[in-house]
Design a protein around this ligand. Structure first.
Ligand SMILES: Cc1ncc(C[n+]2csc(CCOP(=O)(O)OP(=O)(O)O)c2C)c(N)n1
Length: 541
C-alpha cells in the first residue's frame, strides 16, 4: 500500500511524463513531493496560465500530454486560458488541481469552486482522483488528451485523498482508454476520386490544416512537391511544407494579406481541405465554398462536415504517391504569390522610419527578413497574439514541421513566451525565438526569470509600439475615436534585466540579426526590443 498521490505520480511517470509545470499551494505539496520521488521534475512558473501554456507545447512536441499542476480555488481558476487554448488549438494538456475534500461540511465554502462543471465543456475528460479511481482516471485522462482532435483533460485530487492509501498495482480497476473515432472512409477510393478531380482542375489549391498529424508531414510534403500542387497552410501547421518552395501560395486563417488568401481560396476550382479545421479561420469562406474535405479526425468541436467520412491520411497519400500527377499546373496563383511578397517589402532594409514621437522605428517586414536570414530552418518560432502574429504568421518562411507555434483557435494573448519556454525544454538543442508585442510581453515577462532558472534558452523579440496595435487598427477601421488602446512604455530592456536576462534595443536589422544569432549560438537568454510604428502594419495587412 502506498498513497494515492504516489500512485498518481507513478502512473504519470510510467506514461513517460518527465516534467510537470505549475505553481503550488499547500494542498498539492504532497503530490509535488511524490512527483519528485517518481523522477518527475516540477517546473515552477510564475502564473498557472503560463504553466499550462508551456506544458501543452512541451507535451505536443514530445508526442504526449503536457501536465500542469495547480492548487485549488484561485490556482485552478487560472487554468481557464490554457485549457481553452488546449481545446481550440488542439494541444494535449492534462491539468490537475487540488479541490476541497468531499468530506468537508457543506457549509465550508472557502476556496470552493465547481471546477468540474467549469471545465467540463472545454475538456474531453473530467474526473476526481481517489484511491478507488486513480488507476482508472489517470490513464483515461492522458489518453483523452491524445485522442484526436488533441485537447485537454482535467483531474482534481484533494489534499486528503492524496494521502489515502492506494494499491500501486492496478488490479481490476483499469478500464483502458477511449477508442478513437472510426475511420470508415476508403483511402484508396478517396485517392482515386481526388486524382480524377485534379485531372480536370486548372486552379487547384490544397489547404492543409491542424487535423494533419505531424507524423504524416513527410508524405504530405512529397505529395505536394512531386505533383507540384499549389498549397496553402493554416498558421498552426506552418512548416508542414516548405514555405520557400515555388508551389507555396501562403497562409490562410486570418493572418496578414488575408485579402489575397481569401482571393486565392475563392478562385480555386478544386479546393482540398487536408485536415483543415475551421477553428483557425476567422471568416466564413469554409462554409460558403465547396471544400473537398480530407479528414482523419473530427474538428475541435467533435463535428464533421455533412457527408464526410474519416479516412487514414497515410494510406491515402501512399496511394497517391504511387501514381504520377494527373495534370500539370502552370503556377495558377502566381499573381497572389507576387503580391504577397510585395507586401513585406516596404522601405529599403536598414531605413528607420519616423513615428509620431519622432523616435526611430524598424519596418516590421525587416524584422522578419533579418531574422529569417540568420536563423537555421529548424529554429522554433513562437508568437503572441496581435499585429506581430499576423506578420510572422504570414511571412515567417517555415521550412520544418512543428517549428511554428501560435495560439490561433483561441488567439489568446500571453501564449508566445510561455510556449517558447515549453518548446525549449522539449527541444534542448534547438534554437527558440519568441516574437511578441509589448502588450503581450507585459502580461507575462516575469517568466523570463523562469526561463533562466529552469534552463530554457530563447531569444525574445519584443515589437514595441506602445499600444495594443491590432486593436488600435481595428478601432481606426471602425472610425471610432482612439480610446483605451495606448499605454505608457515599460522599459523592456530593464524588465529583462530585472529578471536576470540581458536585453538590448535596436532599430537596425543587421544588429538585430547578429545579436539574435549570437545569443542562440551561445545558448543565452536575450530580449531584444525593437521599436515599430503601428501604422506600418496597415501597409502589410
Ligand atoms: C487574453 C487576451 N486578451 C485580449 C485579447 C484581444 N487582443 C488581441 S490582439 C491584442 C493586442 C495585442 O497587443 P500587443 O501584444 O502589443 O501586440 P501588437 O498588436 O501590438 O502586435 C488584444 C488586446 C486577446 N486576444 N487575448
Amino acid at each position: 500500500m502506498t498513497s494515492t498521490a504516489a500512485v498518481t505520480a507513478r502512473l504519470l511517470a510510467d506514461a513517460g511524463v518527465d516534467r510537470v509545470f505549475g505553481l503550488p499551494g499547500g494542498e498539492v505539496l504532497v503530490l509535488i513531493d511524490e512527483l519528485r520521488r517518481a523522477g518527475i521534475d516540477f517546473v515552477l512558473m510564475r502564473h498557472e496560465a503560463n504553466a499550462g501554456l508551456a506544458a501543452a507545447v512541451y507535451g505536443k512536441l514530445r508526442g504526449q500530454p503536457g501536465v500542469v499542476l495547480t492548487t485549488l480555488g484561485p490556482g485552478a481558476a487560472n487554468l481557464m486560458l490554457p485549457l481553452s487554448n488546449a481545446y481550440l488549438d488542439q494541444e494535449p494538456l492534462l491539468a490537475i488541481s487540488a479541490q476541497i475534500p468531499d468530506e468537508y461540511p457543506a457549509e465550508h465554502t472557502h476556496q470552493l469552486l465547481p471546477l468540474h462543471d467549469v471545465y467540463r465543456p472545454i475538456t474531453k475528460f473530467v474526473a476526481k482522483i481517489t484511491a478507488d479511481t486513480v488507476h482508472d482516471v489517470v490513464p483515461r485522462a492522458l489518453a483523452a488528451c491524445m485522442d484526436r482532435p488533441l485537447g485537454a483533460a482535467y483531474l482534481t485530487l484533494s489534499a486528503r485523498a492524496a494521502l489515502e492509501p492506494a494499491d500501486l498495482d492496478a488490479g481490476d480497476a483499469s478500464r483502458g482508454v477511449r477508442a478513437s473515432a472510426t475511420r470508415d472512409g476508403h483511402p484508396r477510393e478517396r485517392a482515386a476520386e481526388l486524382r480524377g478531380l485534379l485531372a480536370d482542375a486548372k486552379r487547384p489549391l490544397v489547404v492543409i490544416g491542424l487535423g494533419v498529424d505531424p507524423r504524416n508531414a513527410a508524405r504530405v510534403r512529397r505529395w505536394v512537391e512531386e505533383w507540384d500542387l499549389p498549397v496553402a497552410v493554416t498558421p498552426k501547421v506552418k512548416g508542414i511544407v516548405d514555405e520557400t518552395a515555388a508551389n507555396f501560395v501562403g497562409v490562410v486563417g486570418g493572418m496578414a494579406a488575408d485579402d489575397l488568401m481569401c482571393e486565392a481560396v475563392a478562385s480555386a476550382d478544386v479546393l482540398i481541405g487536408l485536415g483543415l479545421d475551421p477553428v483557425e479561420i476567422d471568416r466564413t469562406w469554409h462554409v460558403d465554398l465547396p471544400i473537398d474535405w480530407i479528414l482523419e479526425a473530427p474538428h475541435v468541436d467533435g463535428r464533421l462536415p455533412a457527408g464526410v467520412a474519416l479516412i487514414d491520411h497515410a494510406q491515402m497519400l501512399d496511394t497517391l504517391l504511387k501514381q504520377p500527377p494527373p495534370a500539370k499546373w502552370k503556377a495558377p496563383f502566381a499573381h497572389v504569390q507576387r503580391q504577397r511578397r510585395d507586401r513585406l517589402a516596404g522601405p529599403s532594409r536598414g531605413a528607420a522610419t519616423e513615428r509620431g514621437t519622432g523616435s526611430p522605428t524598424m519596418w516590421p517586414g525587416d524584422i522578419v527578413r533579418a531574422l529569417a536570414g540568420v536563423l537555421p530552418p529548424q529554429t522554433i518560432v513562437t508568437t503572441d497574439v496581435g499585429s506581430h502574429k499576423y506578420l510572422f504568421g504570414q511571412f515567417w518562411p517555415s521550412r520544418v514541421p512543428q517549428t511554428f507555434w501560435m495560439s490561433n483557435g483561441l488567439s489568446g494573448m500571453g501564449y508566445g513566451l510561455s510556449a517558447a519556454i515549453g518548446a525549449s525544454l522539449a527541444r534542448r538543442a534547438t534554437p527558440v525565438l519568441a516574437a511578441v508585442g509589448d502588450g503581450g510581453f507585459s502580461m507575462n515577462a516575469q517568466e523570463l526569470e523562469t526561463a533562466e532558472r529552469v534552463g530554457a534558452r530563447l531569444v525574445t523579440v519584443v515589437l514595441e509600439d506602445g499600444s495594443y496595435s491590432l486593436i488600435k487598427l481595428s478601432q481606426e477601421g471602425k472610425k471610432l475615436d482612439r480610446y483605451g488602446v495606448d499605454f505608457s512604455p515599460i522599459d523592456t530592456v530593464k524588465m529583462a534585466e530585472a529578471c536576470g536576462v540581458a536585453g538590448l534595443r535596436t532599430t537596425n536589422p543587421d544588429e538585430l540579426a547578429a545579436a539574435c544569432r549570437r545569443a542562440l549560438e551561445q545558448r543565452r537568454n536575450l530580449v531584444i526590443a525593437v521599436p515599430v510604428d503601428y501604422a506600418d502594419y496597415r501597409r502589410i495587412f
